[in-house]
Write a protein that binds this ligand. Structure first.
Ligand SMILES: [Zn+2]
Length: 127
């Protein structure tokens, strides 16, 4: 069977999400997207507080050759699932590309990180 061409904006079938939990409650965790044979091609950092029902997504990143395949969307969806119904925000959006990404993927998230006291305390304690 000939190889099936990859359709843009659809995650590759071999994409695998790997979650690295934070060392501390409400600390910074990471979700990575791995593909074979490239390894990690996209990731994001996130802080989730299950006491305050709050989450902050930081630094969504996809290697340039692997963009426009839905990896960023898959990562953000996985992040939001870690706190369904929570008050989510992102770090500041400072490029047109980032603004377009968020408009397409999660248009209602404020781009002003709303860290709670638990997140700030964890961030101060983490190396
Ligand atoms: Zn909190």
């Amino acid at each position: 069977m000939p190889p099936v061409p990859h359709t843009p904006n659809v995650p590759r079938r071999d994409a695998q999400l790997v979650t690295l939990p934070p060392d501390l409650e409400a600390g910074l965790g990471r979700i990575e997207l791995h593909t074979a044979p490239h390894g990690i091609v996209a990731d994001l950092d996130l802080a989730v507080c299950h006491t305050c029902h709050r989450g902050v997504i930081e630094h969504v990143r996809t290697d340039p050759p692997h963009r426009r395949r839905g990896h960023g969307r898959a990562l953000v969806t996985a992040a939001l699932r870690r706190g369904t119904g929570y008050a989510w925000s992102t770090t500041r959006v400072d490029t047109a590309g980032a603004a377009a990404f968020w408009a397409a993927v999660a248009p209602n998230l404020p781009h002003q990180p709303a860290y709670c006291a638990h997140m700030r305390r964890a961030a101060a304690l983490e190396p």
